[in-house]
Design a protein around this ligand. Structure first.
Ligand code: CA
Length: 220
């Protein structure tokens, strides 16, 4: 899952980035409000972690503009301990949750997972599909009761397809999920990962939608 991190503090930003990568997220990090606007305009992210005290344009202004554009991107705001008013305003402007600095990185990942679950309308932290279970927190997959060894990028593809069951995702969309900016993308990478997933989880699971991309059909 691809996260946009907006944080101007270098030390905190790099710690958050490392923590999120560890938790299985792909992270793009920008350091001011204008860069945040530009990154958000690309619509390639599934979560936004937004510091409120930012150079060039403050986080509340970024958030307000995002919601005014009609975006429902899940947003977690980061606020200073004494900034209760900002927290309240952020939530009123459409933030999904907040964390007060300093915070624990494990708590940040747990809150992001909770936001993801609420958005997907799931109370259970596990994604189940037939004999398949994906644990978004542990980044693990079991199939017919056995743990399956998968590359983190394969888990990311599988998670995205499971989250949008019944809807095809384009190859470009899946590529976007996998790569941060500036990384080279091999043209057949998604195909290779899908091939591995089919080998390990059965070739019926992921359908190729010709000319579009891939889909996991709904059960039943
Ligand atoms: Ca700041």
């Amino acid at each position: 899952m691809r996260v946009l991190l907006v944080e101007d503090d270098e030390l905190l930003g790099s710690a958050i980035q490392a923590g999120l990568v560890q938790a299985g997220y792909d992270v793009d990090w920008v350091r001011d409000g204008i860069a945040a606007d530009q990154a958000l305009a690309l619509e390639g992210h599934e979560l936004l972690v937004l510091d409120l005290g930012l150079p060039r344009k403050d986080g509340l202004t970024v958030l307000r503009a995002l919601r005014q554009r009609g975006s429902d991107l899940p947003v977690l705001i980061l606020t200073a301990r004494d900034a209760i008013e900002d927290r309240v305003r952020g939530l009123d402007l459409g933030a999904d949750d907040y964390l007060v600095k300093p915070f624990d990185l494990d708590e940040l990942s747990a809150r992001l997972r909770a936001i993801g679950r609420r958005r997907a309308g799931r109370a259970s932290p596990l994604i189940r599909h037939g004999a398949l279970t994906l644990d978004p927190a542990a980044r693990s997959v079991t199939f017919e009761g056995e743990e399956v060894s998968l590359h983190p990028k394969e888990i990311a593809i599988l998670e995205a397809l499971l989250e949008s069951r019944g809807r095809a995702l384009t190859r470009e969309r899946l590529e976007q999920l996998l790569y941060g900016w500036g990384e080279g993308v091999e043209s057949n990478t998604v195909e290779v990962h899908v091939h591995h997933l089919r080998k390990k989880l059965g070739k019926e699971l992921i359908r190729t939608i010709r000319g579009v991309g891939y889909m996991i059909p709904r059960e039943g």
